[in-house]
Design a protein around this ligand. Structure first.
Ligand SMILES: Nc1ncnc2c1ncn2[C@@H]1O[C@H](COP(=O)(O)OP(=O)(O)OP(=O)(O)O)[C@@H](O)[C@H]1O
Ligand SMILES: CC(=O)C(=O)O
Ligand SMILES: [K+]
Ligand SMILES: [Mg+2]
Length: 475
């Protein structure tokens, strides 16, 4: 077998444009490691079919593809619009209503019962990721009368943001909990929690999953100011982080995004939690074959910032070129990664050195791994793992070598699909070093006399964490 040519993980949203065997197969071959299902759109039956399609196709190709279910959360949305779109003219009046109507130039349905309670005269409301701006003139029962400040074309089901509102509503809705149950029943690997505000939102979901005997990797989506303010606590309990730039760019001044992205990625790297950079990365490829130069540079810069994964939304969900977009992302990743090593190591090392000195044995071992890679030519980093922590601790340094992770837990293997430069193998229970060597030799990845580095927990069989590092030639 051959390992992928790029180490940055590519997450692609599966939607109407890509929900078929052929496209999914091509997307996997192009380098998609995680298929994202956005539960904000489509039906559960459709999503169940998509899950099955992805699983079957990945199995056929003998590739590991994780599935991420992105929950709707408290995102408010416009309902169905007659003919699917409407043009809102600057200066015109429009009523947003929670009554059950079909949308047109004068009246737009809102799928959120408490909506009129959340706004008052003078408030600004954004539609469609901030492209359209309204100002509230009056609230009357279920109707919110507005004037259009910045107009534009509005499509059905687009998002509504009220940045000023400190929403007095639960971030995780009853519908989200239903979808979490669906996710557990359908063997989804990870869920994205939309609009988390505090650590309690994440904890609530984690305890619900536990109660349902589920096993889901929980990714906290950072897309509102509260989540940024409470980031350290959220990061501490979440399994991974998504910088959801779509909503974040409306909820906060858009010019703060670049620095915020760098700060959040740095913190996630330090905590050894996978971080996803999302939204509009190659958005012009939704309709064009060639991306904007600024988009290509954005993908490259996210990689240089230290992101583990880059994500595609409408590009692959409803776009004209889903396969080409994944290919483009892989090309940018491969080319950029060649230059990241010198930036990666020394920078993260300096950050780590600035932290309080007390650390763990695992952490010390993984730092020694990086030192060893600098000293001699090593072909692979081999990491048997129970929880995925050791490969993640190494992955955050973004080494040039592949981190080959070995676990007897299928979920652990799948969840490593979010971590940069980690390729995982599912093993039989109680496997040992001999099994690992036999496997990678058998696959043609390594041959006799190749130098490899192995981390392990000794004595074998005792439940110690990783405490040993060994460098040896493959026998
Ligand atoms: N399964 C789907 N079915 C139909 N349209 C979809 C689907 N997935 C995505 N889309 C379309 O692609 C657009 C961008 O996708 P994206 O996944 O970013 O959703 P979003 O609506 O912006 O919301 P979110 O903040 O929940 O991610 C959506 O606005 C929607 O029009
Ligand atoms: C992905 C997402 O939810 C956002 O960017 O807002
Ligand atoms: K969503
Ligand atoms: Mg969002």
């Amino acid at each position: 077998m051959e390992l992928p040519a790029h180490k940055t993980k590519i997450i692609a949203t599966i939607g109407p444009a890509s929900r078929d065997k052929d496209t999914i197969e091509k997307m996997i071959k192009a380098g998609m490691s995680v298929a994202r299902i956005n539960f904000s759109h489509g039906t559960l039956e459709e999503h169940a079919k998509t899950i099955e399609l992805v699983r079957k196709t990945a199995e056929k190709l003998e590739k590991r593809v994780a599935i991420l279910g992105d929950l709707p959360g408290v995102k408010m949305r416009v309902g169905k619009i007659k003919g699917d779109s409407v043009k809102l003219q600057k200066g015109s009046k429009v009523v947003l209503t929670t009554r059950d109507v079909e949308g047109d130039e004068t009246t737009l349905p809102v799928e959120f019962e408490d909506f009129p309670k959340l706004v008052s005269k003078g408030d600004v409301i954004y539609l469609s990721d901030g492209y359209i701006m309204l100002r509230v003139e009056e609230v009357r029962g279920k109707d919110v009368e507005c004037v259009v400040v910045h107009g534009g074309t509005l499509f059905s089901h687009k998002g509504i943001n009220i940045p000023k509102a400190n929403l007095p509503i639960e971030a995780i809705t009853p519908r989200d909990f239903e979808i979490i149950e669906f996710a557990i029943e359908n063997g989804i690997d990870a869920i994205g929690l939309s609009f988390v505000g505090s650590v309690y939102d994440v904890l609530k979901v984690k305890s619900f999953i536990e109660k349902k005997n589920g096993d889901l990797f929980v990714i906290a989506k950072i897309e509102r100011p509260d989540a940024v303010r409470n980031f350290d606590e959220i990061l501490n309990v979440a399994d991974g982080i998504m910088i959801a730039r779509g909503d974040l760019g409306v909820e906060m001044p858009i010019e703060k995004l670049p620095i915020m992205q760098k700060q959040l990625i740095k913190k996630a790297n330090l905590a050894a939690k996978p971080v996803i950079t999302a939204t509009q990365m190659l958005v012009s490829m939704t309709t064009e074959r060639i991306p904007k130069r600024a988009e290509v540079t954005d993908v490259a810069n996210a990689i240089l910032d230290g992101t583990d994964a880059v994500m595609l939304s409408e590009e692959t969900a409803i776009g004209k070129y889903p396969v080409e977009t994944v290919e483009m992302m892989a090309r940018i990743a491969r080319t950029t990664e060649e230059y990241r090593e010198s930036m990666g190591y020394s920078r993260l090392r300096a950050w780590l050195d600035s932290l309080p000195k007390r650390s763990t044995i695992k952490e010390a071992i993984t730092r020694s791994v990086i030192d060893s890679l600098c000293a001699i030519d090593i072909k692979y980093i081999l990491t048997p793992t129970r929880t995925g922590l050791t490969p993640r601790l190494i992955s955050r340094f973004k080494p040039k070598q592949w981190i080959l992770a070995f676990s007897s837990n299928e979920k652990v293997c799948n969840n490593l699909a979010f971590s940069y430069g980690v390729y995982s193998f599912c093993m039989e229970e109680n496997f040992d070093e001999k099994d690992i060597i036999m496997l990678i030799k058998g696959l043609g990845l390594a041959k006799e006399d190749d130098t490899v580095l192995l981390t392990e927990g000794k004595p074998i069989g005792k439940t110690t964490g990783t405490n040993t590092l060994r460098i040896f030639q493959i026998p």
